[in-house]
Design a protein around this ligand. Structure first.
Ligand SMILES: O=C(O)/C(S)=C/c1c[nH]c2cc(Br)ccc12
Ligand SMILES: [Ca+2]
Length: 173
């Protein structure tokens, strides 16, 4: 039953092409945000939604279909819980220190250099991370880990890419 409801929602957002583009994703995410006053943010920028579509577009259609959207939605649902858990002062942002714990809670094992990179890339000038940046960071982390494991056929933690394969991975993200 809940799934049928989900399909209906998806159908309304996607329109007759049955796929969601960046504009449509931006509308649905920002509409949901209105109902979550504790997630204070200016909302998702179009560029962020373009990146999320690119990362989640596993079949290379240029947009996200029902399955790709369901995966994204379930991830955002679980990641927003982590965000709220670490936003202890309900400022609507989490600081770079809390971000380390949030990343680990989400199951990503990174190193110090990567935590610094994430802060540089996603934090605002007060070194705090807004909700929309938080989600974009996690979408990218999950997508990049997924892409690596797809290439790492024998699971030895090493992949071999020529420059064009590398560019295909890094440019469409
Ligand atoms: O607080 C909750 O129980 C839920 S279901 C939150 C959300 C579930 N999907 C979301 C997407 C965005 Br964007 C923001 C919040 C949520
Ligand atoms: Ca797609």
């Amino acid at each position: 039953e809940e799934d049928r409801q989900f399909q209906n929602i998806f159908q309304q957002i996607a329109g007759d092409d049955m796929e969601i583009n960046a504009d449509e994703l931006r509308n649905v995410l920002n509409n949901v945000l209105k109902k979550h006053k504790d997630l204070k943010t200016e909302g998702f920028a179009l560029e962020s939604c373009r990146s999320m579509v690119a990362v989640m577009d596993t079949d290379g259609s240029g947009k996200i279909n029902l399955d790709e959207f369901r995966h994204l939605w379930d991830k955002i649902k679980s990641w927003q819980k982590i965000f709220k858990h670490y936003d202890t002062d309900h400022s609507g942002t989490i600081n770079s220190y809390e971000m380390r714990n949030a990343v680990e809670d989400a199951g990503f094992q990174l190193n110090n250099q990567l935590y610094d990179i994430i802060t540089m890339r996603y934090a605002d000038r007060h070194m705090n991370i807004q909700f929309d940046s938080f989600i974009c960071c996690f979408v990218r982390l999950e997508g990049m880990f997924r892409a690596f494991h797809a290439f790492d056929k024998d699971g030895d933690g090493i992949i071999k890419l020529n420059v064009l394969e590398w560019l295909q991975l890094t440019m469409y993200a």
